[in-house]
Design a protein around this ligand. Structure first.
Ligand SMILES: [Zn+2]
Length: 70
């Protein structure tokens, strides 16, 4: 089972219970260094959820709009 299959199987959007899609965005540290961060996108809701230390943070409060990251 690959990661995308695990996501499909076990992780759903907390808002709409829809499918999530894994992606990577570029972020900046507080010191201004760029780094890549994994996210889970819900196209239904138009939001994404962060993955912090390999743990998906599937909280509605943590959802961020995907506008501008595609
Ligand atoms: Zn959703």
């Amino acid at each position: 089972m690959n990661i995308q299959e695990m996501i499909d199987e076990f992780l759903v959007c907390p808002k709409c219970k829809g499918k999530l899609e894994m992606s990577v965005i570029n972020k900046m540290t507080a010191e201004g260094k760029p780094y890549e961060s994994s996210i889970l996108i819900c196209r239904n809701c138009g939001v994404y959820y962060p993955i912090e230390d390999d743990i998906p943070v599937l909280l509605v409060d943590e959802a961020k709009t995907i506008e501008g990251i595609d």
